[in-house]
Design a protein around this ligand. Structure first.
Ligand code: ZN
Length: 278
């Protein structure tokens, strides 16, 4: 498959989920080989930060990229949209410290990509042939094995009686990312949300930008019966985009989050570097 970028530039603005700060994002077309490059300017200064494993500074609740003293937060839903729509090369100009959350899903990015159009570049997208890898931590399982495209199964396990166990499946060959995965919104359990507020996170969180799960109800009607598992699958795809190549794999994930997905990316990143040196 070829590299892809946007056909034109498009502007998106909004509030960040964790900082509550407003930011302006311009997406610009890029040459093949650029990768996803964040061009960030904010009160800390200016930097060009590639969306790649070595620039990941934090994976708690969201993915933070950093170069020198300049950081940009919550890049995962935009990166997931790149993964799902096959966009390999893009310049993301950010005025601010956090990427806008929109309605908590990747819908704002799907809309932006559609407004701009997607363009094929005359270069094959890099990929990598991997071997089987399994990561296990108490209740978490993350397993990848070779596959000729990309497919994933995510199992979300909760003791909350309303949620229980949710499962979502996606195959890039046969399923439509824009309608099946991108609309799934981020979520938080009510007790968790209160804790995040105490820790200074989720400041931009509101009932318009996330699903809140109260002891007896959801804050809004769900878009899919398994919306939570679909959102976790969206996050997984965004995190895997940090590899900078199209991962051809069959992925099984149970109760995993950004930190586990990033651990997997680090293992794969080392293997790619080893192969490049061999
Ligand atoms: Zn998310």
């Amino acid at each position: 498959m070829n590299c892809k970028t946007l056909s034109g530039s498009v502007k998106v603005e909004g509030i960040g989920l964790h900082t509550g700060e407003k930011s302006v994002v311009w997406l610009h077309p890029a040459d093949a080989g650029t990768g996803i490059l964040f061009r960030v300017s904010n009160a800390q200064g200016r930097a060009e930060i590639p969306a790649l494993v070595p620039f990941v500074a934090e994976t708690r609740r969201r993915v933070v990229l950093r170069k020198g003293g300049i950081a940009v937060q919550t890049v995962e839903h935009l990166l997931a949209t790149c993964f799902g729509m096959g966009v390999t090369d893009l310049i993301v100009e950010v005025q601010g410290i956090e990427i806008p959350i929109g309605d908590g899903s990747a819908q704002i990015w799907i809309d932006a990509f559609r407004d701009a159009g997607i363009n094929d570049l005359e270069k094959l997208a890099p990929n990598f042939a991997l071997q089987k890898i399994t990561i296990e931590h108490s209740k978490v399982t993350l397993n990848v094995e070779p596959y000729d495209a990309f497919c994933a199964q995510y199992v979300f396990v909760s003791e909350h009686p309303l949620v229980g166990v949710q499962e979502a499946n996606f195959d890039l060959k046969t399923d439509d990312f824009a309608s099946e995965i991108a609309p799934a919104r981020t979520f938080g359990f009510w007790e968790e949300v209160q804790l995040l507020w105490e820790q200074g996170l989720a400041k931009g969180g509101s009932l318009e930008s996330a699903i809140v799960i109260f002891p007896d109800r959801y804050s809004v009607p769900l878009r899919f019966p398994n919306e939570l598992a679909r959102h976790k699958l969206l996050d997984l795809m965004g995190d895997l985009m940090l590899l900078g190549f199209k991962l051809q794999a069959k992925v099984y994930a149970r109760s995993s989050g950004h930190t586990h997905h990033f651990q997997l990316c680090q293992i794969l990143w080392q293997r790619v570097e080893q192969e490049a040196r061999a």
